[in-house]
Write a protein that binds this ligand. Structure first.
Ligand code: FES
Length: 570
């Protein structure tokens, strides 16, 4: 089973257990209303969790989740733990020990002896007969809830939605157990009073409800055996870890080399991320090696042994970030020979940076399409208008182009006074990037035409502009100081697009698009005339397409009419 499937299994079983714990806590919280409300809530709980499906889901999830926890304990190297991850694992491993008594005196008692216990019986046990079991019950609630909350945090922290929902989740994470504990104490207080009432005792504490001494002795023996089995499994896992470490130490080693000549020798079987952690080489790894965040990605510069192909899970993550062929996830790549790598993201990369940004932070080579837009006559505008008016018009133009680019799926990147450079394909495959760029040309035409209508009375003449569009492999990434880093695109795409924008003047047109982009877009663009041009600095001629009026592109592409993009200036 691949790592992605295991991750999904762990997540789905964890969510089932979270649902169970949540309904349990809600039921306890009803104790703040009355003992009767708790008993009524229990009817709903039983309906959910004591039917065939509920029982199978609950106990299946409990067993599988525990086994996956043991697997994580086996797999994880000592130096790879963050404190929160270690805490989650320890809390998770504590749950079976704390929960075992409750399982045997309720669910197993029901299955084995038909003893149907509810809140009166359990609360009498916790508050009257065996207070230490009450303390244990409170402990298991807190431990299981904390383990689940950490799991949810690890799951959601890399999602863009996390910042928005985090305050709500925190409120639920704190309030629910507090209400549940208050309900537990309030109901316990009521039971302490009721237990002196002979009629209540007769109605609630009969042998068929609490079990006979013989039945309880059997359940106790079984519980102890189950605790021994669970404890034995944990000890066996720890022993297997020791055996693995010994085996790896004897199985040969490889050398992993980083930039600036730093290198580390690690046993064969280590991932590159494990090698980094072992050697204390700073290495971003936000998801803790779970093949989810992609922040550990590296470029493989050279390798002397077999470099295993990426698994389906790793491939999916790499495709999602549009990684090039030599890029791998350090947490997944286990080289079989010496290897030289370059980590691609800065080691201080944070969750906040990951949620906010969707482009590569360090240099990555990928196919992008660049669109360069320039407003014509801005110098003349500055000579004939007040500075405020000039800035106002240029601002409206840049806004119109940026809005159209964003609407098409691109990213406005650099603003150059009266123009801008936009990039397509940072999160899309090449054909989609080309399609988005062509679509942007049409939307810019429509958008500036709408702007011209709005400004017609003031300007006296329409805004004129030129667009150049070209695509190629380019190096994309951030440059600059830590707090003033800017995203940039280096390569033929930006240079070509800039030269094509200037060609608009020669052809008296509004846009020049490279033929390769038009072809790759898959759009019906045969009506655009082709030309072959020689661009300065290029050995081979380049085929381009001419767009006289970008406004006409909308009908050429059969775009549906869209809402007006501009309001009249106020
Ligand atoms: S550490 Fe997150 S994908 Fe490797």
């Amino acid at each position: 089973m691949g790592r992605t499937a295991i991750h999904r299994l762990r997540l789905s079983t964890g969510l089932i257990l979270l649902a169970y714990v949540t309904t349990h806590l809600v039921n306890h919280a009803l104790g703040n209303v009355s003992l009767r409300a708790m008993a009524d809530g229990l009817i709903v709980q039983r309906w959910i969790w004591q039917g065939v499906i509920g029982t199978a889901a609950l106990y299946g999830a409990l067993i599988v989740h525990f086994l996956l926890g043991l697997r994580a304990l086996y797999e994880r190297r000592d130096y790879g733990w963050r404190l929160s991850e270690a805490l989650q694992l320890v809390l998770g491993l504590l749950v079976p020990f704390l929960l075992m008594n409750h399982i045997f005196v309720t669910r197993i008692a029901l299955t084995q002896f038909d003893i149907l216990k509810g809140y009166p019986q359990e609360l009498t046990s916790f508050w009257v007969k065996s207070p230490h079991l009450g303390v244990q019950q409170v402990a298991v609630l807190i431990v299981a809830w904390a383990h689940a909350c950490l799991g949810v945090y690890f799951w959601l922290r890399i999602k863009p939605v996390f910042t928005r929902i985090a305050p709500w989740l925190t409120a639920v994470a704190v309030l629910l157990p507090v209400l549940a504990l208050l309900g537990f104490f309030e109901a316990g207080r009521q039971v302490l009073d009721l237990v002196h009432d002979p009629a209540w005792r007769a109605a609630n504490l009969a042998a068929w409800q609490t079990g006979t001494a013989a039945q309880n002795a059997i359940l106790l023996t079984e519980r102890n055996a189950a605790i021994l089995v669970v404890g034995g499994m944990i000890i066996a896992t720890l022993l297997l870890r020791i055996l693995r470490d010994l085996r790896e130490a004897r199985g040969g080693s490889i050398r992993v080399t980083y930039p600036q000549g730093r290198s580390v020798r690690v046993p064969i079987g280590f991932s590159v991320l494990q090698a980094s952690l072992a050697a204390r080489v700073p290495h971003a790894s936000l998801c803790g090696g779970r093949a989810r965040c992609s922040t550990c990605r590296i470029r493989v510069i050279a390798g002397s042994g077999r470099i295993p192909a990426p698994s389906a899970g790793e491939r999916a993550v790499l495709e999602r970030v549009g990684a090039g062929p030599l890029v791998r996830l350090a947490c997944q790549l286990r080289p079989e020979g010496d290897i030289r790598v370059v980590p691609l993201l800065p080691p201080h990369y944070s969750f906040e940076m990951m949620r906010r940004r969707s482009w590569p932070q360090s240099g990555e080579e990928r196919f992008v399409v660049v669109l360069v837009a320039d407003m014509r006559d801005s110098s003349r505008l500055a000579e004939t208008r007040l500075p405020f008016d000039t800035v106002f018009v240029i601002d409206r133009f840049v806004n119109a182009v940026s809005t159209a680019v964003t609407e098409a799926g691109g990213r406005p990147n650099q603003f150059t006074g009266d123009g801008l450079l936009a990039v397509f394909g940072l999160n899309a495959p090449p054909a989609e990037a080309c399609r988005q760029a062509v679509l942007a040309v049409a939307l810019i035409g429509r958008s500036v035409a709408a702007l011209n209508q709005v400004l017609a009375a003031e300007m006296g003449m329409p805004i004129r502009f030129g667009l150049g569009v070209h695509g190629s492999n380019a190096v994309v990434g951030e440059v600059g100081l830590a707090d003033t880093r800017v995203f940039t695109t280096l390569g033929d795409a930006a240079n070509g697009a800039s030269r094509m924008e200037r060609l608009c003047k020669d052809y008296g047109c509004e846009a020049v698009i490279s033929d390769a982009v038009c072809e790759a877009s898959g759009l019906a663009l045969d009506a655009l005339p082709r030309h072959e041009v020689a661009l300065r600095g290029r050995a081979a001629a380049l085929v381009i397409r001419i767009v006289d009026r970008t406004e006409d592109m909308a009908s050429l592409l059969a775009l549906p009419p869209s809402r007006r993009l501009h309001r009249a200036p106020s």
